[in-house]
Design a protein around this ligand. Structure first.
Ligand code: UTP
Length: 289
């Protein structure tokens, strides 16, 4: 039985340049899809999967994330005195148990691998999940819960994967697939951002990972990869053969909320998924066709 996954890292140290000027003084991860910030979707998904400790790797200008997961006493008082109990409950539900959250600064955005490495002292010698808030997945059962259920059988390292159009491989880490067993695909190789002609498949890695703690020692070597960044996928590729390594073909639709079109699509899809909004939004969309 593999060691259970109780901790998760949320790397939120990136600059979010694709959303300027919106992200000039507001973290990208606080952009709302319908009425909830991206980072809260990721935290809720982790909670659903049984995660107990939440490690945020932040950077400068990210204080709004810390405030979001804390009490807002004035607001709570005001809502309470005006009898707005539903709104009050919504605000209170964002606050995790005291001590469950930890924040560490990535002083320089040197890449996703570096961001994950910055969380190492909070992880210790346990496996850890990593969730990128800008990958948002719409499904009844969250992507991380699906992965952890599968992990309980196979252990090792695991990455969420999906098939992408062959011409898009240069935007992703791409695996060399081995044996396929249901939703699990054995990872025999992994390259970051290959050109379509060099890509070993069209199975792309998206922002959900389960990592064994050995990967931190590798990340600590600070080897630069694609774009001069310290890449998580490169460190994972160097773990091949040392422990099981699987891709997990999750159920659900994934939106790349780090891109403008993906973010807009997510807003529409999540609104259409809501009983209180779907009719009005569908009627509005019809006026565009
Ligand atoms: P992105 O590649 O989307 O970069 O990072 P970004 O800086 O956030 O956004 P753009 O490209 O400038 O618009 C993917 C994820 O990795 C985190 C980001 O916060 C995001 O969740 N990240 C990336 C870090 O935490 N640190 C880094 O050094 C790089």
């Amino acid at each position: 039985m593999p060691v259970p996954v109780r901790k998760a890292i949320f790397p939120v140290g990136g600059l979010g340049t694709r959303f300027l000027p919106a992200t000039k003084s507001m973290p990208k991860e606080m952009l709302p899809v319908v009425d909830k910030p991206l980072i809260q979707y990721a935290v809720d998904e982790a909670r659903e999967a049984g995660i107990e400790e939440f490690i945020f790797v932040t950077g400068r200008g990210k204080a709004a994330i810390e405030d979001h997961f804390d009490h807002a006493y004035e607001l709570q008082d005001m809502l309470s005195s005006r009898g707005k109990i539903d709104a009050l409950n919504l605000v209170k539900a964002t606050i995790p148990e005291p001590g469950a959250l930890a924040y560490v600064r990535q002083q320089e955005p040197l890449g996703l691998g570096h961001a994950v490495w910055c969380g190492r002292n909070f992880v210790g010698s346990e496996p850890v999940a990593v969730l990128l808030a800008d990958d948002l997945i719409l499904n009844g059962v969250g992507c991380l819960k699906q992965m952890i259920d599968a992990y309980e059988t196979v252990g090792g390292n695991m990455v969420a994967i999906m098939e992408v159009e062959p011409e898009q491989t240069a935007n992703y880490g791409v695996i060399t697939p081995g044996d396929i067993d249901g939703r699990l695909v054995e990872v025999r190789g992994l390259v970051e951002k290959p050109k379509p002609e060099d890509a070993p498949s069209n199975f792309a890695v998206i922002g959900r990972y389960i990592l064994q703690p050995n990967v931190f020692a590798d990340l600590g070597r600070m080897e630069q990869g694609a774009g001069g960044e310290i890449q998580l996928t490169d460190a994972l590729a160097r773990q091949l053969g040392l422990q099981p390594f699987n891709g997990f073909r999750f159920e659900g639709r994934r939106f790349d909320c780090g891109s403008k079109v993906g973010f807009l699509e997510a807003n529409i899809a999540f609104a259409l998924d809501r009983d209180d909004l779907k009719d009005d939004v569908a009627a509005f969309l019809k006026t565009y066709t």
